[in-house]
Design a protein around this ligand. Structure first.
Ligand SMILES: [Zn+2]
Length: 238
C-alpha cells in the first residue's frame, strides 16, 4: 500500500479517536456537571430559606407590636373609665397624666408598627423575586439533567459503535508497526497525527524545518514532528 493511502487511513483513525474521546469526556464530565447543578440549586434554596426566616422574624415583631397596642388601648379605656368615676381631684389628675402617657405610648407603637409593615412588604417583594428565580433555575436544572442523562444513555451505545468502526478502519491499515506507533503517540499526547499545511505543527505549534516540510509534502515516508513526535501529514495529500 502506498504511504499516502496509509496517511489517509491514519487521518480517518484520528478523526474517529477524536469522537471517541469526546464521548469519554462526556461520560467523565456529565456526572460532575449534574452534581454542580444540584449544588447550585441547593444554594438558591438556602438563600430562599434565609429570606423566609427573615419574613417570619418580621411577622413575629409585627404580632408583638399589635399585641402591645391592644394592651395599651385597654389601659387607655380603663384609665378613662376610672377618670369618669373618680371623686378625688388628685386621682383625676393622676389619671389624666396616665391617659396622656398611654396615648403617647400607643402613638409610638403605631409608628413602629408602620415601619414593620413597610419592612414586611419589602421582604415579601424580595421573597417573590427569589421564588421566581428559584423556580426558573429549578426548571433549567431539571432540563439540563434530563438532557445529560439522555446523552449519557446514548453515549454507551455510541461508544461501542465508534470503537467497532475504529477497529475496522485500523484493520485496513495493514501495518501493525505504524498502528502501534500511532497508538503510542496518541496515548502520550492525546492525539497521534498533526495535519499541516505550512511549516508549523498544528498540534504543538513548533516550526517545521523547510527540508522536513518538503519531505512531508512529498509523502514518501512516515515522518514525525521533531518537537512533539506526532505523525506529520500534509493537509492536501492526494
Ligand atoms: Zn508537533
Amino acid at each position: 500500500m502506498e504511504i499516502v493511502e496509509k496517511m489517509k487511513i491514519l487521518i480517518e483513525i484520528s478523526k474517529k479517536d477524536e469522537k471517541i474521546l469526546k464521548i469519554k469526556n462526556l461520560e467523565n464530565e456529565a456526572p460532575k456537571k449534574i452534581n454542580e447543578l444540584s449544588k447550585e440549586l441547593e444554594q438558591i434554596q438556602k438563600k430562599f430559606d434565609v429570606d423566609k426566616e427573615n419574613l417570619d422574624e418580621i411577622n413575629l415583631r409585627r404580632r408583638e407590636l399589635e399585641r402591645k397596642i391592644e394592651e395599651q388601648k385597654l389601659n387607655f379605656d380603663n384609665f378613662k373609665k376610672r377618670k369618669r368615676e373618680t371623686q378625688s381631684n388628685k386621682e383625676f389628675l393622676v389619671l389624666n397624666r396616665e391617659i396622656e402617657k398611654t396615648k403617647e405610648k400607643i402613638s409610638k407603637l403605631e409608628d413602629n408598627l408602620l415601619d414593620v409593615y413597610i419592612e414586611k412588604e419589602e421582604q415579601e417583594k424580595i421573597m417573590n423575586k427569589a421564588g421566581d428565580i428559584f423556580k426558573e433555575k429549578e426548571k433549567k436544572v431539571k432540563e439540563e439533567k434530563e438532557s445529560l442523562s439522555k446523552k449519557l444513555m446514548n453515549s454507551k451505545d455510541d461508544l461501542l459503535i465508534k470503537e467497532d468502526e475504529r477497529k475496522s478502519i485500523a484493520a485496513r491499515l495493514m501495518d501493525e508497526n505504524l498502528l502501534r506507533k500511532y497508538n503510542r503517540i496518541k496515548k502520550s499526547r492525546g492525539t497521534g497525527v498533526s495535519i499541516i499545511e505550512e511549516e508549523k505543527c498544528t498540534e504543538c505549534h513548533s516550526t517545521i524545518p523547510p527540508q522536513l516540510f518538503a519531505e512531508v509534502k512529498n509523502a514518501a515516508k512516515i515522518l514525525t514532528c521533531p518537537s512533539c513526535g506526532r505523525i506529520l501529514i500534509y493537509k492536501w495529500i492526494e
